[in-house]
Design a protein around this ligand. Structure first.
Ligand code: ADP
Ligand code: ASP
Ligand code: MG
Length: 429
């Protein structure tokens, strides 16, 4: 009997009706002869609503208590899904992340999984039951407190359990028919990608394509766990995320074709930009600035340093970071202002990042020229640029993101002429 892990996102379990639909699909998988472990997210926008509620009570809620609150969202859906399955005549047992053996470090709000000991899940399966696990949560090895894995983290719970239980596949059910060449909410003519490598999916996820949590893709790659992204609202074939077969991608018909140069266009509105204005052009200043920021446990993304103005001997350094870390970064920098002697700080959270991803960039010159020409034709001004081997990203004004994504998508001929990508549910929050 093979074991399948299925994860259902918030929009797939948003109300009683969808929970009953999901239960049908789970039971059908069980009846087809598989052992089934299900990971669920909180219903609809519950997590966002709980965060808003917490912030009404306290503007900066303590991390431990916020995690305790947020994990309640997934507990609600796990119990309801188990009940709906029981109603169809199958035994289902629900488990919190801690009961399922998801052991993490103690970083509240962005805990990392350090071990998975799914003894109770194995026991439930051996007893013939379907196991339902609350996503996005674990328990800290050192403090024994309840932790969360960061927004979108249920995907990571699913892959971690799949790896620990030796599952054949990890299926991620969401509100679109798979991974597309751009977010179907912005580009309705986006194409479904039948198969994508871990490497390209990692870059897409890191660039904001939130259809898969970044750490889930990292985890899957490390353990060689195939991910199958599908819609819980259709029977469409979806997207396989697997190891790359060199030089080829498999088409739906099963034949190989030449690797597409470009996988897709991703965007991210979750970042802000900090500019440190008038930094003295001396050895060690950048080190001092970024030591202060990393000391506040903040991950930064893009960095740009301008050439210093000859007249003043000073330069500006800009970097991007998650909006949620903006205030902490400004505080950390203000503290070192007397020592570094920069002039002032500027903060802009009305930005967006647009990225073009594709493994074929390595061997195809001219990709960046075409990318920048597409942005210029669309009248989009570029504020920052960064690249990796298989990605080009720019920071633009928040209001230009949709236009930029659509025009780059068109320029690289990614549009599906008769495509109308379906978004089945969800608010896109
Ligand atoms: P879930 O609640 O199921 O985890 P998410 O909202 O986290 O769902 O992820 C699914 C959403 O990801 C889609 O509704 C879509 O708007 C967005 N998305 C962004 N980029 C892409 C992409 N390249 N392909 C598919 N979906 C994408
Ligand atoms: N409910 C959590 C969130 O909204 C985790 C998840 O859905 O993956 O971020
Ligand atoms: Mg998600």
């Amino acid at each position: 009997m093979s074991l399948v892990v299925q994860k259902y996102g918030g929009s797939s379990v948003a109300d009683a009706e969808s929970i009953k639909q999901v239960a049908q699909r789970i039971v059908a998988t069980r009846r087809a002869g598989h052992e089934v472990v299900v990971v669920v997210s909180a219903m609809g926008d519950t997590t966002d609503e709980l965060i808003e509620l917490a912030e009404k009570v306290a503007p900066l809620p303590p991390g431990r208590e916020l995690d305790m609150l947020l994990t309640a969202g997934e507990r609600i859906s796990m119990a309801l899904v188990a009940m709906a399955i029981a109603n169809l005549g199958h035994e289902a047992r629900s488990f919190t992340g801690s009961q399922a053996g998801v052991i993490t470090d103690s970083a509240h709000g962005r805990a990392r999984i350090i071990d998975v000991t799914p003894g109770r899940i194995r026991g439930a399966l051996d007893a013939g039951a379907i196991a339902i696990v609350a996503g996005f949560q674990g328990v800290s090895q050192s403090t024994k407190d309840i932790t969360t894995l960061g927004r979108g983290g249920s995907d990571t719970t699913a892959v971690a359990l799949a790896a620990a239980l030796g599952a054949q596949v990890c299926e991620i059910y969401t509100d679109v028919d798979g991974v597309f060449t751009a977010d179907p909410r912005i580009v309705p003519t986006a194409r479904r990608i039948p198969r994508i490598s871990y490497e390209e999916m990692l870059e897409m996820a890191a660039s904001g394509a939130k259809v898969l949590h970044l750490r889930c893709v990292e985890y899957a790659r490390r353990y060689g766990m195939p991910i199958h992204v599908r819609s819980s609202f259709s029977q469409a074939e979806g997207t396989w995320v697997t190891e790359n077969q060199p030089g080829t991608t498999e088409t739906e018909g099963g034949q190989d074709m030449e690797q597409a140069i470009i996988s897709g266009v991703a965007h991210d509105r979750s970042e802000a930009k900090v500019t440190v204005v008038g930094v003295p052009d001396k050895v060690g200043e950048a080190a001092r600035i970024f030591t202060a920021v990393s000391g506040a446990e903040i991950n930064i993304d893009m960095i740009v340093q301008n050439v210093s103005a000859a007249a003043t001997g000073r330069t500006d350094i800009s970097f991007t970071l998650p909006k949620s870390d903006g205030q902490a970064a400004l505080k950390a920098l203000e503290r070192i202002q007397p020592e570094v002697g920069f002039e002032s700080l500027r903060y802009d959270d009305r930005i967006g990042k647009v990225s073009l991803v594709g493994a074929g960039m390595r061997s195809n010159p001219g990709v960046s020229a075409k990318f920048f020409a597409a942005l210029a034709d669309a009248g989009v001004n570029i504020e920052m640029i960064s690249t990796s081997e298989i990605r080009i990203s720019v920071v633009v004004d928040q209001d230009d993101v949709d236009t930029a994504v659509a025009s780059v998508h068109r320029a690289f001929e990614l549009d599906d002429p008769d495509g109308a990508a379906v978004v089945y549910a969800g608010t896109g929050r």
